[in-house]
Design a protein around this ligand. Structure first.
Ligand code: GLV
Ligand code: GLV
Length: 319
């Protein structure tokens, strides 16, 4: 029996699985765990199941040199100091795959809602501003034949491209650190370097992990290179976009609109962002479906069980 510390209540499936074999303690309050409590939990634990809202840095790692595994309940793991964990010899795992469909569907929903101005139309109607049909009221754009640019062709980026190509007849351009010929064939996609992709795309969708090299990947200069009619969607990590520059670009109509599920200073919003009519904001809920969250819970638990029984976990994070 080992001690498994879980930093916040997650769906039951994984907790039940862990409880069969181990002593499981879940932080009792439904809030982001305070640092003191996190460190206390890590000290007690053999295995840590943590969330993307928990910063696992050197100090947390130092609390327990005997920690055997860190299982992140997320696909992204920029909340964990991976180098420090490697140095301490602690394997880190994540939950890819099972949230791909949910995040891809959410991304598509945001892209379509932006093009069709769904959020603006909803608030217009709720406010009582609708006084009768008008020929020029809230005109949006069609998607068919327009260009959808995918920045970062992982599982999620490629699933989004499938939906936008097969469902909406969009032309796909993509950038990644490597080309994917199978993908290119499947959705008739063209590879472009980021500057060309930004110039050509009617909708740009971001699917890169947060790294030093992707921090502020999209900023003032990039917005200026985009079409005036361009729409931007981000369901990856907030700091990939320079949010202050985005607010300015939207205000000045450098681009037409943006939909964000993640924020540079999450959960805080950059000043002015929430006041803009041409943005759609969701609270990091792209993976928030019952299906994805239960599956993430199971995988996060299975990753722990594997390590604790001396096996290689299915989703080991590599440096
Ligand atoms: C969500 O953002 C995740 O990385 O799982
Ligand atoms: C995450 O699952 C990704 O590879 O995009």
């Amino acid at each position: 029996m080992a001690n498994v510390f879980v930093t916040r209540k997650i769906p039951e499936s994984g907790l039940k699985l862990l409880q069969k074999k181990h002593t499981v303690r879940v932080y009792s309050k439904d809030q982001v765990i305070p640092r003191r409590e996190l460190i206390k939990g890590v000290k007690w634990a053999d295995a840590l199941l943590c969330l993307l809202t928990d910063k696992i840095d050197k100090k947390v790692l130092a609390a327990n040199p005997y920690l055997k595994v860190i299982s992140n309940y997320a696909v992204g793991y920029d909340n964990i100091d991976i180098d420090a964990a490697a140095e301490a010899g602690i394997p880190v795992t994540n939950t890819p795959g099972v949230l791909t469909q949910s995040v891809a569907e959410h991304t598509a929903a945001l892209a379509v809602a932006l093009a069709k101005r769904v959020a603006e139309a909803d608030s217009f109607t709720r406010k009582g501003s609708y006084k009768g049909w008008e020929p020029m009221l809230l005109l949006g754009t069609e998607l068919r034949g327009k260009t959808f640019g995918v920045v970062g062709l992982g599982r999620i980026g490629s699933a989004v491209a499938d939906i936008m190509h097969k469902g909406f007849g969009m032309d796909i351009v993509y950038f990644d650190i490597k080309k994917d010929k199978t993908f290119e064939k499947r959705v008739k996609a063209t590879f472009e370097a980021v500057p060309q992709l930004l110039k050509k795309s009617d909708i740009v969708s971001i699917h890169v992990p947060l790294l030093d090299s992707t921090h502020h990947l999209i900023g003032a200069r990039q917005f200026r290179s985009m079409k005036k009619s361009a729409l931007l969607v981000n369901t990856s990590r907030g700091p990939v976009i320079d949010e202050k520059a985005l607010v300015a670009a939207l205000k000045n109509k450098t681009i037409r609109g943006a939909a964000l599920d993640v924020f540079e200073f999450e959960p805080k919003l950059t000043k002015g962002l929430a006041k803009l009519p041409n943005v759609i904001l969701t609270p990091h809920t792209a993976s928030a479906t019952e299906e994805a969250r239960e599956a993430m819970s199971l995988i996060a638990a299975e990753n722990i069980l594997a390590v604790l029984s001396g096996k290689k976990p299915k989703y080991l994070v590599k440096k």
